[in-house]
Design a protein around this ligand. Structure first.
Ligand code: PLP
Length: 420
């Protein structure tokens, strides 16, 4: 007898996550070094944990306002303004969510009608496609290419036929490639969105994690001398108040058509606390809040207290983590090049995206590497078009493990130059 709990067709249409399969194999062995996860190896800054504990001690365990605690929305508004020159009113431009994940899901459900097209610049984070499908939309993959440093171009949008899309999903700094886009890179994309009246969902959860040199033009509109570096220890970083990341919402005519999504999982190492937010025009945030208030009521209260403290007092810890990631990034990039696996110069997030040697598919390489050397990485194909022939390697892992993993990869490539 068939069960009446037959999944809906839009659920049937989505397969299991391609990343999970590798985690499951990795979990069966205790000698595996996992470079597969997109999760900081650092603990949440102590002050934020303490604030969460204190909120519990004081019995702050009720719902908050649907949109999130007023004090947290005010802090987010101040933070995004200082760091990324984004201007949003805490009263009607910000929605606090259960992770960036909820914000992404709400955006699809709020702005995509059944059958409408959502263009997704790929390779990209694995949740966008399923999220669009669950909302009843159709995914239009837009391929970014290594030759363009995995940046989205107007030509790629044109070639994919994205002019008819309702919504364009952008993820920069990018998971899985580590690509970042400058203001100059974003301008033609913004022009395309304006010309064809396309809304944008900008997932900027890795905005704090950039390792590019800041140029004068990016820092201050071209008036600077271009000498400031983005060394996280560099006090200029705070004085300048602006990180290397540029949000597409800061470009002319874009704030009114863009939802910016971010959160505390990555830069503040708070994945398990499940806290994120969406920024957008008042009407759009209102639409997302309408779904959120029925589906969730409010984001986790304890996590909201932790996030408030993270914004108030943890910028130093974020800088320290960014410095560590940068050190690891440089090490991993140089080792892949020594090994003879070409590797795009990732400048953001905490991933590199090397090419597998000729004679291998990414999937076969990742599987054999896991079985033979106990190193877990993710085949690039799972992130959509443009990911084939690459591996996503996370460096959100300590340097000792990274050293050992790269030694194993070097041995594997020397012993198994092709899949034969
Ligand atoms: N967006 C991107 C690009 C991610 O890589 C991830 C997690 O890996 C998320 C969103 C999910 O973030 P959160 O933990 O805030 O839901």
């Amino acid at each position: 007898m068939t069960s009446p709990l037959e999944p809906a067709s839009r659920v049937e249409a989505v397969g299991p996550s391609g990343i999970r399969r590798f985690f499951e194999i990795a979990e069966e062995r205790d000698d595996v070094i996992s470079l597969g996860v997109g999760e900081p190896d650092f603990s949440t800054p102590w002050a934020a944990r303490d604030a969460a504990i204190h909120s519990l001690e004081r019995g702050r365990t009720s719902y908050t306002a649907n949109r999130g605690m007023a004090a947290l929305r005010a802090a987010i508004s101040e933070y995004v303004d200082e760091r990324f020159a984004l201007s949003y009113d805490p009263d009607d431009g910000i929605l606090v969510t259960a992770g960036a994940s909820e914000a992404v899901d709400l955006a699809f459900r709020a702005f995509v009608d059944p059958g409408e097209t959502v263009a997704v610049a790929q390779p990209a984070y694995i949740s966008y496609g399923p999220g669009v499908t669950f909302a009843g939309g159709a995914v239009l993959p837009v391929r970014t290419r290594e030759a363009d440093d995995f940046k989205l171009t107007a030509e790629a949008l044109e070639a994919a036929g994205a002019d008819t899309a309702e919504l364009l999903v952008l993820c920069y700094p990018n998971n899985p490639t580590g690509a970042v886009m400058t203001r100059a890179d974003l301008e033609p994309v913004a022009a395309f969105a304006r010309e064809h009246d396309i809304a944008v969902l900008a997932d900027e959860i890795y905005a704090e994690l950039t390792y590019t040199e800041r140029t004068g033009s990016e820092m201050d509109g071209g008036q600077g001398d271009g000498t400031a570096s983005q060394d996280p220890e560099d006090p200029d970083r705070d004085e300048a108040g602006t990180a290397a990341h540029t949000s597409i919402a800061t470009l002319p005519g874009m704030a009114e058509r863009t939802i910016v999504v971010s959160g505390f999982s990555k830069a503040h190492a708070m994945t398990g606390l499940r806290l994120g937010y969406a920024l957008g025009p008042a009407d759009a945030i209102d639409a997302m809040n309408r779904i959120h208030q029925y589906g969730l009521l409010s984001a986790p209260t304890t996590a909201q207290y932790a996030a408030l403290e993270a914004l108030d007092s943890c910028a130093g810890e974020v800088r320290t983590m960014v410095a560590q990631y940068d050190r690891r990034r440089r090490f991993v990039l140089s080792r892949f090049r020594e090994i003879g696996m070409p590797c795009f110069e990732a400048q953001g997030a905490f991933y590199v995206f090397p090419e597998v040697p000729d004679g291998w598919t990414a999937d076969a390489f990742a599987e054999a590497l896991l079985h033979e050397e106990g190193v877990a990485v993710v085949p690039g194909d799972v992130f959509g078009v443009g990911g084939e022939g690459h591996l996503r390697v996370s460096y959100a892992t300590g340097l000792d493990d990274l050293r050992e993993a790269l030694t194993r990869i070097e041995r594997f490539v020397a012993e198994r130059p092709t899949d034969r």
